[in-house]
Ligand binder design. Structure first.
Ligand code: NAP
Length: 462
């Protein structure tokens, strides 16, 4: 693939591309170029005031430097999306004009071709939060990126950090990674409005298939839920590979197959099928565990189990330590990943990634929190932890560990400081600081101050 030319971007003069070889294996150089979309609101820098993405990048660079002493480094390539892109590429377009533009022109406004070309070529990106576009035709930058680059696995690690107030008393047992299928299910947007011609046609077709008005009223709006073996299996494969690489104890298929047998139920069946076909000597199913191993897990194997979605929402609260890696269709995954994140507190800590076979985008899952723009106040933790996932993806595990440990230490020490009583100096941002008795938002460190403290712990690591 030849290097693209850009309208407004200047490609980095240093650094190398991440590539994928003919067998589909990722190839990571020691100086990968990573596309950086700093984002809108709290993501962007305002004059000299750093946004959360800049703060996160400083920590990531420090961790890589500490881990590899200059032998490895990320070359960041700034590209743009969201309001920031609109201001840079099309400053003359007024809000009231947006809805008159074609869907593709709206996409260009918020996600310029330059950015798409850069991401296609360099394959890996880190993204801050983006404002949801106004207008209506082009609805979501994130969804567009997922479909355009077939980023089929939405990966959401959730773990507890000591020092962060959590609503559940078992939160300290939460350490899960949720793999949500990103490209199928009701998210395909195949919906027919009640009373529309298309809805009437679909209802007529259902009548032909024998479904009467006792089940489907003539007036019903209809949504379609496609779930295929190919796309289910590739997601489960990604989850199992991850679980094996990280030596996780189990991988759970979460589904609503008792009701939706040929979509959610099939997802579960295809998941087991894939596990047995491709990982036979490395996995044990829950059935086999009872039948063949007397309930005792053989050493070094990964347990494959499944849970019905509604029961899973109880399980994550009551027995979170029994779940490690989770693979699930799109809608379940959407609900479940936010529910698990909520258990551990702190939206400012919810990291994520959207990963495909050819590209991967790492991103915080929270929004732009516009009221805090330019205040150096918001928590950079979620972007930073998404960056740690990026480091793991590059196989730079030592650097990722330094980031995770640095965050851990910064939270834990502030909890200890706060326990001495009010009036002490904390190193965590407002959202965490206000959780300590006797402390309020005002006692929080700045975004940059929090990042600096993490860097301090990284540099002090043995
Ligand atoms: P939001 O930006 O996530 O903010 C909601 C609240 O969550 C904030 O007011 C703040 O609560 C807390 N929060 C979020 N991020 C934080 C951080 N880093 N540090 C500390 N607290 C944080 O949700 P929203 O206000 O509904 O959405 C704003 C815009 O973001 C919308 O345009 C939305 O569409 C977009 N959005 C983008 C993404 C994405 O790009 N991935 C995701 C979601 C929403 P307190 O004020 O209580 O402290």
């Amino acid at each position: 693939m030849t290097a693209p030319t850009y309208e407004k971007l200047t490609a980095p003069s240093q650094g190398s591309r991440v590539t994928v070889d003919a067998k589909g294996n990722w190839r990571f150089p020691d100086d990968p170029v990573v596309v950086l979309i700093r984002g809108d609101g709290i993501g962007r820098d305002v004059s000299a005031v750093p946004g959360i993405t800049t703060c996160a990048v400083q920590v990531l660079d420090a961790a890589v430097k500490k881990a590899y002493g200059g032998k490895k480094r990320i070359v960041w390539f700034d590209a743009h999306a969201g309001d920031v892109a609109r201001e840079l590429y099309n400053p003359g377009v007024r809000d009231e004009q947006v809805s008159t533009l074609s869907e593709d022109d709206q996409r260009q406004l918020y996600l310029p071709d330059d950015t798409l070309k850069a991401f296609e070529y360099y394959r890996v990106g880190l993204k801050g939060p983006l404002t949801t576009p106004i207008g209506g035709g082009f609805r979501s930058i994130n969804v567009y990126l997922r479909f355009r680059f077939d980023l089929y696995g939405c990966v959401r690690p959730v773990r507890y950090f000591k020092g962060v107030e959590a609503p559940n008393t078992r939160a300290n047992k939460v350490d899960m990674v949720i793999f949500r299928e990103n490209t199928e299910d009701v998210y395909c947007g195949i919906e027919f409005k009640s009373g529309s011609d298309k809805a009437k046609k679909v209802v007529a077709f259902l009548r032909e298939l024998g479904y009467g008005p006792d089940l489907v009223l003539d007036s019903a709006g209809i949504g379609i839920k496609p779930i295929s073996p190919e796309r289910s299996k590739r997601l489960v494969r990604m989850a199992i590979k991850y679980a094996l690489d990280k030596k996780c104890p189990s991988m759970t298929l979460v589904h609503k197959g008792n009701i939706m047998k040929f979509t959610e139920g099939a997802f579960k069946d295809w998941g087991y099928e894939l596990a047995k076909a491709e990982f036979r000597d490395k996995v044990v199913t829950e059935d086999e565990l009872t039948r063949e191993h007397g309930g005792k897990m053989p050493a070094g194997k990964l347990l494959i189990k499944d849970r019905i979605a509604d029961s899973m929402f109880q399980q994550i609260q009551l027995r979170p330590d029994e779940y490690s890696v989770i693979a699930t269709p799109n809608l379940n995954g959407d609900y479940l990943s936010d529910a698990v994140a909520a258990l551990t507190g702190g939206i400012g800590l919810a990291a994520g990634a959207n990963i495909g076979d050819q590209s991967a985008m790492f991103e915080a899952t929270h929004g732009t929190a516009p009221k805090y723009t330019g205040q150096n106040k918001a928590n950079p933790g979620a972007v930073l932890l998404s960056g740690a996932l990026l480091l793991e993806f590059l196989q730079w595990f030592e650097a990722a560990e330094l980031v995770n440990k640095g965050v851990e230490k910064t939270f834990a020490e502030s909890e200890e400081i706060a326990r001495k009583g009010p009036g002490q100096t904390l190193h965590v941002t407002y959202d965490i600081a206000r959780q300590f008795p006797g402390y309020s938002e005002k006692d929080g460190a700045s975004s940059a101050g929090f990042a600096e403290r993490i860097v301090h712990h990284i540099n002090a690591a043995k």
